[in-house]
Design a protein around this ligand. Structure first.
Ligand code: HEM
Length: 207
């Protein structure tokens, strides 16, 4: 029997996604170099301490702008609904291997949607707070107390973003056949039927 494929992402969306992913690693590793002395060795990847300090904010701004395009392409498919509450209630059993109580899913499941919104909120906070202590350009506009709070919010948002990206990558690898959605743009019909039956129905018009 020949395998049929369904298109999940346009080429432009995939390029956009990998642009954001590469910049996430650049911004993340350069930022971790300043987070704790034990991680300062990451600065060697960017040409030493001074270059890391210069480049980090530019990596961050490029990542956020790249994500803004992804956000506007995808936000409609990530709006949470009643079905997602059912999915979340049934998800502890699914993690133990029992999928019987899971409601049918559309283009994205509730876990993916939550991760999407954590990406959006944490990136927005990183962007706004990063400007507040970007020396020497913008730092002078903000009083010291505001800058101190901004540093803490920046670090906390980075932790939230890094944890949600780890979850995102783990889920992409854990659910077999998902990675090709972002490498080739297509998924097998079997994958769609199994993991996103409502999306499969929409794509095949119930054939
Ligand atoms: C090596 C790192 C990464 C891998 C392997 C990866 C893999 C994937 C895969 C396979 C999909 C398709 C999932 C599906 O269609 O069901 C996807 C979607 C997506 N990825 Fe990534 N990704 C990575 C990094 C990132 C980063 C750093 C971000 C943003 C900060 C990101 C944001 C997204 C978004 C917004 C989607 C759309 C799906 C959704 O809303 O849940 N990805 N990724």
């Amino acid at each position: 029997m020949t395998q049929r494929y369904l298109r999940r992402y346009k080429d432009a969306t995939r390029m956009n996604h990998w642009f954001v992913a590469i910049l996430f690693f650049a911004a993340g590793l350069s930022g971790l170099a300043f987070f704790h002395p034990s991680m300062f060795f990451f600065s060697a990847l960017f040409g030493g301490g001074q270059w890391t300090r210069i480049l980090h904010p530019f990596f961050g701004v490029a990542m956020v702008l790249g994500f803004a395009f992804l956000f506007f392409t995808m936000w409609r498919d990530n709006v949470l609904d009643k079905n997602d509450v059912e999915w979340m209630k049934a998800s502890p059993a699914m993690l133990k291997g029992d999928k019987s109580g899971m409601p049918p899913v559309g283009k994205y499941n509730a876990g993916q949607k939550l991760v999407f919104w954590v990406f959006g909120i944490s990136l927005l906070l990183l962007f706004v707070t990063g400007f507040m202590f970007w020396s020497p350009w913008f730092v002078g506009f903000f009083p010291i107390l505001v800058r101190r709070i901004a540093v803490v919010v920046h670090a906390a948002s980075a932790v939230a973003l890094i944890l949600s990206v780890i979850t995102h990558i783990y889920a992409a690898i854990w659910i077999k056949g998902t990675v090709r959605a972002m490498t080739r743009g297509t998924v097998t019909e079997r994958w769609a039927k199994l993991n996103h039956p409502l999306w499969h129905k929409k794509m095949t018009r119930g054939e």
